[in-house]
Design a protein around this ligand. Structure first.
Ligand code: ARG
Length: 461
């Protein structure tokens, strides 16, 4: 047996060393060292429980605590040497602890396995990550609400099929994203509930022969309770899949907003200006200002969706209980979280850098017969059945289009040619402001309703 191999935790059982390629292939230290703090906190809670239960001595606990404090200082100070030979974050920290405090370090792993250890670490990490994401969603929503409030009465074309449909206010349009991100927040918090349970005590898969106190460890680590089944505790990553699904949906919402910003920035729309700090120029075309940030958010959505599919695929063929496949959960989880966090940060900032261009929104409205439904509703109020009103207005639109006019540009006499029910009060129905203010109910686009919705949204935050 080589000298090098004897340093392995499981050297006793093996008669030849691992090749460098296998070592690199099986190691996770390059990415799971990110879990060091969770790993140490989990170990400290476990050690405390072992001491409380008389499984290790109080002196061992004191040594473990002292050693861990030094390891924290070393990692924070950048002096800790991570070793590929020690495979993962758990073995790296345990080995260092043993070097620092001797036998007490070797006793830490009593009644525990890396299987329940890693499941605990990820759940702790996910819990903190969700808390950060929820705070960032709130920061984005705060910036969004400020813009929505400012533009609560600014008319813009509302679209279906990307064609002008009916007037809405820009504020109302923005508030749609408040609702979407509000549900995103709920999804993350819901996922947190199921993630926040303690796997430790499951040991490798079947539980342990020591008289452990799992409830105590759960309480120490702020878990809501313990995982009830040891096999499930070490093997499932459904909470991670749920997290990725919540990330995918959030990114999908930001991707839609991004697509709209890209369109709105195009001079053909010209609905908004985005502050220069979120755009880039072209290396060849001097005139260009490109909406790179929204484009990238749209693109990164694909990558996050990929992580969700990776996590689902990773899980689907695994027999119970733990399999090394699960080591592959970390990179998708970390990257999904990083991408969501960066996207939220940048969008929270970018909302303050968006400037509406109301004149262009209004011009676009004047070109799409946006108040045609209002004319039909007007005729219905005068007694015409809706289907007939629809047909009458269709003919009026066709005629106006031939003359290159908007409905509001037709004279009273011209309108009366389509229906004798039209009277002088039709003017109010055909204006953008009239159209907007008529949609005066909860969830509608009337400026008073949008202002009230912003006020309620601030409460809900
Ligand atoms: N690095 C491993 C992971 O991420 C830790 C658990 C390893 N357990 C084992 N039995 N090999 O899943």
């Amino acid at each position: 047996m080589s000298q090098q191999n004897s340093s392995y935790t499981w050297a006793g059982r093996f008669s030849e060393p691992m090749s460098d390629l296998v070592k690199r292939y099986t190691a996770s230290i390059d990415f799971d060292k990110r879990l060091w703090r969770q790993d140490i906190n989990g170990s400290l809670a476990h050690a405390k429980m072992l001491a409380k239960q008389g499984i290790i001595q109080a002196a061992d606990l004191a040594d473990i605590e002292k050693g861990m404090a030094q390891i924290v200082a070393e990692i924070e100070g950048g002096q800790f040497e991570w070793s590929l030979d020690l495979e993962d974050v758990h073995l790296n920290i345990e080995k260092r602890l043993t070097t620092l405090v001797g036998d007490a370090g070797k006793r830490l792993h009593t009644g525990r396995s890396r299987n329940d250890q890693v499941a605990t670490d990820i759940r702790l990490w996910l819990r903190d990550t969700i808390d950060s994401i929820v705070e960032l969603i709130k920061a984005f929503q705060t910036a969004l609400l400020a813009l929505a409030e400012k533009e609560a009465a600014t008319p813009m074309p509302g679209s279906t099929h990307l064609q002008v449909a009916q007037p809405v206010t820009f504020g109302h349009h923005l508030l749609a994203y408040f609702e979407m991100t509000q549900r995103d927040k709920e999804r993350f918090l819901d996922c947190r509930k199921r993630a926040n349970r303690l796997p430790l005590g499951a040991a490798a898969l079947a539980g342990t022969t020591y008289p452990i106190d799992r409830e105590f460890v759960a309480q120490q680590l702020g878990f809501d309770g313990v995982c009830e089944n040891s096999l499930d505790a070490v093997s499932d990553r459904d909470f991670g899949i749920e997290f990725c699904a919540a990330c995918s949906l959030l990114m999908t919402h930001f991707s839609r907003l991004s697509e709209e910003l890209v369109l709105w920035m195009n001079p053909r729309f010209g609905y908004v200006k985005i502050a220069d700090r979120f755009c880039t120029g072209s290396s060849i075309m001097p005139q260009k200002k490109n909406p790179d940030v929204p484009e990238l958010a749209r693109g990164k959505t694909g990558r996050v969706n990929g992580h969700l599919v990776a996590m689902l695929t990773l899980m689907k063929g695994q027999p119970l209980a733990y399999n090394k496949d699960n080591q592959e959960d970390k990179e998708p989880l970390f990257d999904a979280a990083d991408t969501v966090i960066d996207t939220l940060r940048i969008f929270a900032d970018m909302m303050g850098g968006i400037q509406a261009r109301p004149e262009n929104m209004r011009n676009a409205l004047a070109q799409g017969f946006a108040t045609a439904t209002d004319l039909a509703d007007y005729l219905v109020r005068k007694g015409l059945p809706f289907r007939e009103a629809h047909e009458v207005v269709g003919s009026a639109v066709k005629a106006a289009e031939t003359q290159g006019k908007d409905l509001a540009d037709l004279t009273l006499a011209e309108l009366q040619a389509f229906s004798p029910l039209v009277q002088s009060d039709v003017a109010q129905a055909l204006t953008v402001e009239g159209s907007l203010s008529a949609r005066n109910h909860i969830g509608g686009t009337a400026p008073v309703q949008v202002k009230a919705a912003v006020a309620r949204a601030k409460q809900r935050l």
